[in-house]
Ligand binder design. Structure first.
Ligand SMILES: [Fe+2]
Length: 465
């Protein structure tokens, strides 16, 4: 994580220089997921060495550096690494020193466990008149589980405003576009898009307006496309719709140098360096950052009766060692047709051994028309019951079933984990966004039990013949 632009972050353009850069930027990408790619900044054609990774002297007198995202000896199907050809190697920095942790934590014992359904109102973005916030101070850990030192677990953070950092992250912007610099190139990521910055990759993010979003951090594993089983070769998130930035470098110095922030064993450290971390002229490999537009998700749904499980909406999964069990799945609920006959169409009531954190990028979630708002969230922990609110149940039980559009203008998502997540003190108290009345949405649920007749009630409430 880095940065020099970010320390200028404000609600407007940070500087004339950045405005000019912004206006003249065009973003280019390589399509595909997990492929072996190669890219050169067009200012230095031929920057990639030919026929080998580590020549005695690289073209343009660059340094060669490998970034390993997997153990050297991982099977070929899971082996991830990239070679970077850069002006100076990333080791060119002063020593790292511990810095203020802000609201980031990996302490899952801050507060006592709470099995209740939790819901948060939209997390408040700091006002322009308040102290300026960069990535580190704008990042708030909401919940998580596991152990970062043993590379097993996850954390969910809320980012408010703006930042720069270097973690292994899935970013879900909800408000405001993100202009992301990485060692591999630049990406523009807008709400309804996501991006993944993989472990060890340095990046910096600029914002141009009030900004808010969600971050899923997983320890020790990488996001993959889910297996498709009987669906076959196509569908859900198609590999060609993932976009990898092309090589881009800057060779410049800034007053005071650059600050690289390193998140190591859950703590933050900062180191100064003279050169921009974004000095990679060319790269090749299969370990890269990438982005994806959620509009491209090919939705599959029931066309007869009942529901498929929501796993049918999985965009990316970070697998655990147990087959079929994820450290975290990223699942979306996109616009689609609902056509199931003789079926209660909203999500069914359930309890789940998995933990479900939900967020809303835009619109209205079908099972909760009020209370669950864009920029807010909810957590239904392991085996905690949840489902449609009373109003939704009454309406959907009486609705005339015809093909209908569901979730137009809406994008809700879920981080679903096999780990039982703990909520932080910030999440429960400091954020001041916890909706104390969430449980009340189920209080109006009433019994419709008719012990003397198994006939269901019709549209008008009368028992069917
Ligand atoms: Fe659920």
């Amino acid at each position: 994580m880095l940065s020099d632009f970010s320390h200028k972050t404000g609600l407007k353009f940070h500087s004339t220089e950045l405005k000019i850069i912004w206006d003249h930027y065009h973003f280019s990408y390589i399509p595909g997921f997990g492929n072996e790619c190669a890219s050169e900044d067009p200012r230095c054609p031929g920057a990639l060495p030919e026929g080998q990774n580590n020549p005695q002297v690289c073209p343009y007198n660059l340094y060669a550096e490998q970034l390993s995202g997997s153990a050297f000896t991982c099977p070929r199907s899971t082996n991830k690494r990239s070679w970077l050809y850069r002006i100076l190697p990333s080791v060119s920095h002063k020593p790292f020193e511990s810095i203020d942790q802000g609201h980031i934590t990996h302490n899952w014992d801050e507060v006592d466990p709470d099995p209740n359904q939790l819901r948060w109102k939209p997390f408040e973005i700091p006002k322009a008149s308040q102290k300026k916030v960069d990535f580190v101070s704008g990042l708030h850990t909401l919940c998580g589980a596991g152990d970062i030192k043993s590379n097993n677990g996850l954390a969910i953070h809320i980012f408010l405003y703006l930042f720069t950092a270097a973690l292994s992250l899935l970013l879900v912007p909800q408000k405001g576009k993100l202009h992301i610099y990485t060692e591999f190139g630049k990406m523009l990521v807008q709400p309804n898009e996501i991006c993944v910055i993989q472990r060890g990759m340095r990046f910096s993010i600029d914002v141009f307006e009030e900004t808010r979003g969600y971050i899923l951090e997983v320890y020790g594993v990488h996001f993959e496309l889910p297996d498709l089983g009987p669906i076959g070769a196509n569908g859900l998130a198609n590999p060609r719709d993932f976009l990898i930035p092309v090589a881009w470098y800057e060779d410049r110095q800034v007053p005071g140098g650059y600050t690289v922030i390193n998140k190591y064993q859950g703590k933050l450290f900062a180191a100064k360096q003279d050169v921009s971390p974004f000095n990679v002229v060319a790269w090749h490999g299969n370990y890269t950052p990438y982005k994806y537009n959620l509009e491209n998700f090919m939705v599959i749904n029931s066309v007869a009766f009942d529901h498929a499980d929501p796993s049918i909406f999985t965009v990316l999964t970070a697998k655990s060692l147990r087959p079929g069990v994820a450290i975290a799945d990223f699942v979306i609920f996109p616009p689609r047709w609902g056509v199931a006959d003789k079926t209660f169409r909203p999500p069914y009531y359930h309890r789940n051994c998995m933990s479900e954190f939900m967020g809303l990028i835009k619109g209205h979630y079908e099972a909760k028309q009020g209370g669950f708002l864009p920029g807010g969230g909810s957590l239904h922990s392991s085996m905690t019951p949840h489902g449609p609110d009373a109003d939704c149940f009454e309406k959907a039980s009486k609705a005339k079933l015809a093909p209908e559009r569901i979730a137009d203008g809406t994008m809700a998502f879920m981080f679903e984990s096999s780990l039982s997540m703990a909520v932080t003190k910030w999440g429960l108290k400091t954020s001041n966004c916890l909706d104390e009345n969430y449980y009340k949405c189920w209080e109006p649920l009433k019994s419709h039990f008719t012990p003397n007749s198994r006939k269901p009630a019709g549209l008008n409430g009368a028992l069917l013949p």
